[in-house]
Design a protein around this ligand. Structure first.
Ligand code: UFG
Length: 330
């Protein structure tokens, strides 16, 4: 069976990837500097190396020892708001980190990478749903770093034959069905975990960031995708590269949009109680509507998301209920 290096495997999405890869029989090597990841999120079946991807000597040692067949790369700083205040830190961690990772891959002849990109590369687009043909126009430093990382891979492919699949995620949500691992960010900025903090008595109400957007109920619309469906796409992308296919870029979303108010209503249904809410001012940088076209991933990777919105909220709730203080609980 193939051996996969999961870079950022202690984070929310990376820890789900490690678990699901191991479940499917892959050997898993995790690299993470634990700056935002959690030791307790690591899969016990994976071989773990603690270190920073900006450290070439560290990566070179791991590649020489483990002889992996491919890399799945999740390691990045990902808070849109912080990225606007600390752009140099974001470029250093995300762009410089990926540069050193690519250098170490080329030096060790590892020539396949599946990469965690973002809808943030698109910025506000006029044509919806957004296809991969749209011209990227990032409106935040975070999105700009993801675009730069994609571009480095494009040229590394041409020069060194490093084949890549870049997956542009829309809004990732939910957790493993068994509630063992899930989303634990500090600070938490994402809508679903914040809504669920209300029934868990960690906050009195959920703030709605603006209800004067040009949408039917005035609140922002996003395309939510379950983390297990998302990882299924990563494994399909790995198989696509192992089959010798060319580098490519795919959107990952559900093609359905839900407003902030609709999200709160769905959560009320799932938890069986009313969730107090208040409308506050807009959050800077939020586009009104983001909906993906995932046709390309469906056609070329044969991927299809299966989880419903209720299941995203249910599985997230299961994790948060059993980890009231995140991974600090266990
Ligand atoms: N929102 C609220 N109240 C909150 C939190 C969020 O109303 O307390 C709203 C936001 O304004 C937004 C929606 O809920 O309209 C979703 O917000 P999230 O922060 O959960 O997600 P974003 O759409 O802002 O961000 C996601 C990813 C980012 C990525 C971005 C691309 O989490 O990594 O999409 O635009 F960069």
């Amino acid at each position: 069976m193939k051996k996969i290096m999961v870079v950022g495997g202690a984070g929310y999405i990376g820890s789900h990837c490690s678990r699901i890869l191991a479940d499917r029989g892959y050997e898993v090597v995790v690299v993470d500097n634990l700056s935002t990841g959690h030791r307790k999120a690591l899969d016990p079946r994976a071989t773990f190396y603690e270190g920073d991807i900006r450290d070439f000597a560290f990566l070179d040692r791991v590649f020489k020892k483990e002889k992996v067949d491919a890399v799945v790369h999740f390691a990045a700083k990902s808070l849109v708001g912080v990225s606007m205040k600390e752009p140099i830190d974001y470029f250093d961690n995300n762009v410089n980190g990926t540069l050193v990772l690519l250098k170490a891959m080329v030096a060790n002849e590892v020539k396949k990478i599946v990469f965690s990109s973002s809808a943030a590369v698109y910025g506000e687009q006029k044509v919806l749903p957004i296809t991969e043909e749209a011209i990227p126009n990032p409106e935040c430093t975070y999105g700009e770093t993801k675009l730069q990382m994609e571009k480095m891979m494009k040229w590394a492919d041409i020069a060194y034959g490093v084949r890549y699949v870049s997956l542009r995620y829309f809004n990732v949500a939910g957790a493993l069905d068994n509630g063992e691992i899930g989303e634990d960010h500090n600070p938490e900025t994402h809508l679903i975990p914040l809504i669920l903090q209300v029934p868990l008595k960690k906050r009195p109400q959920i703030s709605i960031f603006g209800d004067d957007y040009p949408t039917p109920d005035g609140t922002c619309i996003r395309d939510y995708i379950h983390v297990v469906d998302l990882i299924d796409a990563h494994i399909k992308a790995l198989e696509y590269l192992f089959a010798g296919n060319k580098s490519d870029i795919f959107n990952l979303g559900s093609e359905n949009g839900f407003s902030v108010k609709e999200m709160i209503q769905s959560a009320e249904k799932v938890v069986g109680q009313a969730i107090p809410q208040e409308v506050v001012s807009r959050r800077p940088g939020d586009p009104a509507i983001l909906i993906a076209s995932s046709k390309k991933a469906q056609e070329i990777l044969h991927w299809k998301p299966r989880y419903t919105l209720d299941q995203m909220i249910e599985t997230a709730y299961k994790f948060h209920k059993s980890h009231l203080n995140g991974y600090e609980d266990k």
